[in-house]
Write a new protein. Structure first.
Length: 651
């Protein structure tokens, strides 16, 4: 695990330039560093030593030095690849997975990517052909950003490294802000910085003679469907999971596992415990909100498998956490990142590597909207005049309840979703709790809207839904999530939150072979009626205590706004009514005031929308107005202690 950075072009590159970028991401690799500089190319890395601690120093070259690599990630099938390469006569000087990539490139060029099982962002310099290959793993577990100007390409694992090289890159992308407020993530190649691109997952980039091209090398296909019986499929899934978890445990340092007490993390931890036994360390984080604290369930699982268990309950704080989060992510912070940052800090005290259950929802069918789709079609069959009457007489009068997954939220969601079909419905479902088209029309200034050039922020959802190699609507939804929200939100947050504490996170569900297998499982074995994760629950019966299996899906992200409500009620007026996004012409100040007023007076629940505005505002002040993290912390602390800007701001 590392952070990588580099430049290539016609003008000479100084080693100091590369080192400056690498220093900005030292947290990704505090154990070691290295550079390669030659004429118009410079490569650098910061290393977190996991495999071949003594011999894995980078950059690494082939036997004659004609191929040079810097690499971030882990290749879990590197030992089998090494045997194949040795049989062909390749000579190895280390045990590292990085050296495998060098020799594999010699034989196969960019086709090497099709043989990899792992997470990676890599840069390979072909000295003979003066050719640079950049590539990113199948689901985008590892980040890679770049910028181009005058034939020069500059790249890095995090945007802060690019900013360390060129501060002028700190310019807001209007479309990214629009997409974030709509969907809660930004779809590659877009980033929040107008001149910075993100290499999309499952893509590679080749720079040659001052020109670049980007191509996809892998995709998920949802057919033909497996025809085995339910019992046979269950066995094959369990066997594949055992294999991928064992591969993900490859390490020369201790490995732990996140444990929430839910299906995904428990199944991963159970398989890890089979291999490591009591040496496995498990980590849980709880939040004090109603019945959503997962610590008791996680403790029950840890006791069942005899792991060394570590647990903490945390009450997050906007003032203490938000500036640090934004600085870690280089993006506005999703609520999920608050708890993940605390969990990563706790985990990093004990291990360097941790396994998690990321991807389980997208592969097994774990989101409510998957099972709701067919029921929406049933409601849609009710004559539209009747539905309009229901919406006006009932839903229009229901008060907001200011609780997580309230009845009012659910009923309004059903009514709105039933008015659309296909990709349009799914795009609407992904923005329901955030800023939909009507909200954005009220919020944006005319000048900001004009800069968006009529680009739809949800166009990526429509494109993915329509292009999925799938027939069933649920498969199409899972494909959209796997190729957008998963890499753009969940995995982005996971990578930055863990790497902020020099912790390597691994996601066994996202092994490409396992994902390919799961994509071909019939939809009826993933979502059966209103039963989500049908087959995974059957699998869970082998690994979870009955009382844990009976629990509903929880997660600590969505209710965060309700946990932080008191603090937000103080900060929102202070921060948003002095908004620099308003000052600079992006948002309408009067509409921002109305949102805050309505929320504080408990007329409408705008909690999630206010969170997006708060985090976007803090990001803007951090990166565009160029405040330091310390300055932002002091600023928020002052706002918290100041008198409320509006009457009723303090509960």
């Amino acid at each position: 695990m590392c952070g990588i950075a580099g430049k290539v072009g016609t003008a000479p590159v100084a080693e100091a330039e590369v080192l400056r970028m690498c220093d900005a991401i030292r947290h990704r690799g505090p154990d070691d560093w290295g550079t390669f500089v030659e004429g118009g190319v410079g490569l650098g890395m910061r290393r977190l030593s996991i495999i071949d601690l003594a011999g894995g120093h980078q950059p690494i070259t082939n036997e004659d030095g004609s191929v040079v690599i810097v690499f971030n990630g882990e290749i879990y099938n590197h030992e089998s690849l090494r045997k194949d390469l040795q049989a062909k006569g390749h000579q190895f000087s280390t045990r590292s997975d990085t050296e495998v990539l060098v020799h594999l490139y010699e034989d196969e060029g960019e086709r090497l990517l099709r043989r990899l099982r792992g997470m990676f962002a890599l840069a390979i310099w072909d000295r003979r052909n003066r050719r640079l290959l950049l590539a990113r793993d199948h689901f985008g577990q590892k980040p890679l950003f770049y910028t181009e100007e005058g034939g020069r390409l500059t790249f890095a694992s995090e945007i802060k490294a690019l900013l360390a090289d060129d501060r002028s890159l700190a310019a807001l992308s209007p479309f990214a802000l629009d997409q974030y407020l709509t969907l809660r993530f930004v779809q590659p190649p877009e980033t929040f910085f107008s001149r910075v691109r993100a290499l999309p997952p499952a893509h590679f980039l080749i720079w040659e003679h001052g020109r670049t091209r980007v191509e996809r090398y892998w995709d998920l296909e949802y057919g033909p469907k497996w025809t085995w019986s339910e019992a046979e499929l269950l066995e094959r899934i369990d066997e594949l999971l055992a294999e991928t978890v064992k591969l993900h445990l490859t390490s020369d340092v201790p490995v732990g596992a996140f444990l929430s007490g839910g299906l995904d993390s428990t199944i991963i931890a159970a398989h890890a415990a089979k291999v490591l036994g009591p040496e496995l360390r498990t980590f849980s984080m709880g939040i004090p909100y109603r019945d959503l604290n997962e610590l008791p369930a996680a403790a029950a699982v840890a006791a069942r498998y005899g792991t060394r268990h570590f647990a903490e309950e945390v009450t997050p704080s906007v003032v203490e956490d938000l500036p640090r989060l934004v600085s870690a992510l280089d993006e506005p912070a999703d609520p999920l990142s608050v708890c993940l940052l605390h969990l990563a800090r706790m985990t990093a005290r004990e291990v360097k590597v941790v396994l998690g259950g990321d991807g389980g929802d997208e592969l097994f069918g774990g989101y409510d909207r998957y099972s709701a789709d067919r029921w929406l079609d049933t409601y849609r069959s009710v004559p539209e005049p009747v539905r309009n009457l229901v919406a006006k007489q009932l839903l229009g009068r229901l008060p907001d309840q200011f609780t997580f997954k309230s009845v009012t939220h659910k009923l309004r969601w059903v009514d709105l979703m039933a008015r659309k079909t296909g990709g349009e419905r799914y795009a609407e479902s992904m923005q329901f709790f955030w800023f939909n088209e009507a909200h954005r029309a009220e919020l944006y200034t005319p000048s900001f809207r004009g800069r968006l050039a009529q680009r739809r922020p949800d166009a990526c959802v429509l494109e993915l839904f329509g292009s999925a190699k799938a027939e069933a609507a649920i498969d199409r939804m899972m494909y959209v999530d796997s190729m957008s929200r998963l890499p753009g939100q969940s995995l982005m947050i996971l990578d930055r939150a863990t790497m902020a504490y020099s912790l390597e996170s691994r996601s066994p569900f996202l092994d490409p072979r396992f994902a390919e297998f799961m994509a071909r499982v019939p939809v009826g074995l993933k979502v059966r009626g209103r039963q989500l994760r049908y087959l995974e629950r059957k699998l869970g019966e082998r690994y979870l205590p009955p009382e844990v299996l009976a629990r509903k899906k929880q997660g600590f992200a969505s209710p965060l706004m309700y946990i932080l409500e008191n603090e937000v009620r103080i900060l929102a007026p202070q921060l948003l009514l002095r908004s620099e996004l308003v000052r600079d012409g992006y948002l309408r100040g009067e509409r921002v005031r109305e949102l805050v007023d309505e929320h504080l007076a408990r007329r409408r629940d705008h909690g999630n929308r206010i969170w997006l505005l708060l985090t976007a505002e803090v990001w803007y002040r951090r990166y565009i107005s160029n405040r330091s993290t310390a300055d932002l912390e002091a600023e928020l602390a002052d706002h918290r202690s100041a008198k409320p800007a509006l009457a009723g701001a303090v509960p």
